[in-house]
Design a binder for this molecule. Structure first.
Ligand SMILES: NC(=O)c1ccc[n+]([C@@H]2O[C@H](COP(=O)([O-])OP(=O)(O)OC[C@H]3O[C@@H](n4cnc5c(N)ncnc54)[C@H](OP(=O)(O)O)[C@@H]3O)[C@@H](O)[C@H]2O)c1
Length: 257
């Protein structure tokens, strides 16, 4: 799906990646490094981010990636940290919010603590960072906001109510921000991956083959550069999402996925 925003090339852009210490976020940071972007990597695991930044900087032959320790559940710290990174990079063109958790939840387990943790990281942290970026981008009349959601947000399923709710709400939030801010030339892209082979899956067997985080990152970079509003990764998940949305409730109440 494309909107009213013109496509943007990411080469040499100033990009903040929140959730850049592993998996999809780390691969996005590397892909941006190959495009000579200035990159601010944010996450809690500093050592992992140092390794990724060193790799990017060595390849670039100069310092283009810098690391910032941040916990997205410290909501008040999002805007000051975004301002600090923008100060260090001489501005910011793109915010990519990747952070997410999906703790194992058994089918008969009802854990408010796990549900709350997922809402805090996957949704509230995203809102804190995206609000801070949107304010800045609306004033600048430019910029792009990218949220890594999930195919999981497409339909309520019995397997992981908290995770699904966090991603469905993130979808709605990103769409709302898009409908508010695209008139000012700001792009908002919702990314909906299927299975990606990262720590998040915890080695679980997946019914369809998981793609690599590098493959996911390449598709995400393309989606941003093409000005996509919503992009399933890989693209065939769009049809699965459509089928799941159309499935009658009596079917959804019988399946356990
Ligand atoms: N893997 C899949 O199959 C799949 C499918 C659909 C959507 N997704 C989404 O893709 C995103 C990335 O996940 P992944 O698969 O790449 O898993 P991952 O390797 O576990 O990466 C998760 C990232 O989130 C960060 N994070 C978690 N809690 C945080 C916190 N409190 N503060 C700051 N950062 C935090 C982690 O950094 P620190 O722990 O260092 O803080 C890490 O960088 C998530 O939003 C996930 O829901 C994944």
């Amino acid at each position: 799906m494309r909107g009213i925003i013109k496509s943007m090339k990411l080469d040499q852009k100033k990009v903040i990646v929140v959730g850049a210490s592993s998996g999809i976020g780390a691969s996005i940071a590397r892909a941006l490094g190959a495009k000579n972007c200035s990159i601010g990597l944010v996450a809690r695991r500093e050592e992992l981010m140092h390794g990724i930044a060193d790799e990017i900087n060595t390849r670039a032959g100069r310092t283009i990636a810098q690391t910032y320790v941040g916990d997205v559940t410290h909501f008040d710290e999002a805007e000051p940290l975004l301002d600090r990174i923008a100060g260090d990079m001489g501005g910011v063109d793109v915010l990519i919010y990747v952070s997410g958790i999906m703790p194992a939840v058994q089918f008969h387990e009802y854990s408010f603590d796990k549900d709350r943790a997922m809402i805090e990281v996957n949704l509230l942290g995203a809102m804190a960072w995206i609000n801070a970026a949107a304010k800045r981008f609306e004033t600048a009349r430019a910029g792009a906001i990218v949220g890594i959601s999930s195919i999981a947000g497409d339909r309520g399923r019995g397997s992981m109510p908290g995770y699904i709710t966090s991603k469905a709400a993130l979808d709605a939030y990103l769409e709302s921000i898009r409908n508010r801010i695209s008139r000012y030339g700001v792009q908002v892209t919702t990314i909906k991956p299927g299975y990606v082979a990262t720590d998040l899956l915890g080695g679980a067997k997946t019914p369809l083959k998981a793609i690599s985080p590098d493959e996911a990152a390449a598709a995400i970079v393309s989606a941003i550069e093409e000005g996509a509003q919503v992009r399933y990764v890989p693209g065939f998940w769009r049809w699965i999402g459509m089928a799941v949305k159309l499935a009658p409730s009596f079917v959804m109440q019988r399946v356990k996925f």
